[in-house]
Design a protein around this ligand. Sequence first.
Ligand code: SAM
Length: 361
Amino acid sequence: MQVHEQKIRLEHKRAVIHSFSPYLATFPDEIPKYVIDRFLPPAALRKNCGGKKLILDPFCGSGTTLVVAAENNVKAIGVDFNPMAVLISNVKCRPFCERDFADAEALLEEISGCLPFSGGRNIDLSVDLDKVKYWFHSKVADDLFTLRDVIIGCRNEKVRNLALVVYAVTLRACSYAKNDTLSRARKTYAIIEASRANAFRDFAGRFEKALTLKRDQKLLVADNMAVEGDSRRLFFDDCLFDCIVTSPPYIASISYSTPFDLFYVFMNQRIEKKGFINGEDKEKFFDGMKQAYNEMFRVLKKDAPCVMVVGEREVKGTIEHMVEAGFVLEEKLFYDIKGGCRGFFHGIKRLKEYVLVFRKP
Ligand SMILES: C[S@@+](CC[C@H](N)C(=O)[O-])C[C@H]1O[C@@H](n2cnc3c(N)ncnc32)[C@H](O)[C@@H]1O
């Protein structure tokens, strides 16, 4: 069947809740919203049936699908290989109660009592100190270890996780790394001096903002969640999901975990990077994606839609291999990327993205 391309217009909206923790290659809220409005029962019915329809996002990243679903009374589960993506998504999906806000205020108060640059006591000798020295002014690193220990000491899991996500952003802000996530540090004297940030103040400002965003959040479903996993081998039963909406990785050497590498150093965690579907080699990329397409087909109910947002380089291969996996292509929509997307794609300006609507027959 011949499927024509059709242009759609988006305003590229993203809920403010995403702003406390940036993530690479996110998609606009309008994509999961479009899918919910188009393919699931109307909102009034969703309320009555208690959100029994279940969406899967097998490459959930920063949790856009999960948050939009929760705001629209739909249950959703996300999978991502990046442990930080899972942490970030879950922090956004779990509502805070008054007790949580009180515990968060107590944590803020404890941190406001920490004195910057008081020095020398808190270096954790078990972490990779060469990396720490390379990326941080030694006094700042010292404060960051103190900050880490105070956060880890927080007994309220929800508050601790939110604080850890904010801490990862503070780590980057107080390091020699530039904001552009993939460029290396230039350790000029000026940058070293500038990075002598007050880590406690940086964290407190960001954490307060995150708390305000959590307070304003309106989640109609409280238990949407992300789980760590490899979408080439999904651990769900056959025919479980009513709908899939996702934006898979791109044919590009984007490392989704790199912006959090400093966090992993401070947490003394090793990340297995080989499991990411990644790279410039088209064939290798689709070898990985083909396994994911087969898994998506398996876990989706019969007659259910699978909507994927892909770039121009991926569109042909995605259609070919999704059809091989058993899907039927029903619609091929595209939209302009606001201002084009550079940088992470090696200077190649990407101008449009495709929204491919498949169905499991
Ligand atoms: C384009 S991003 C998704 C962004 C997401 N739509 C959002 O708005 O934040 C692709 C995601 O795929 C994840 N990923 C890469 N390889 C994976 C694999 N084998 N299994 C599961 N997730 C993987 C990356 O960690 C990344 O978060």
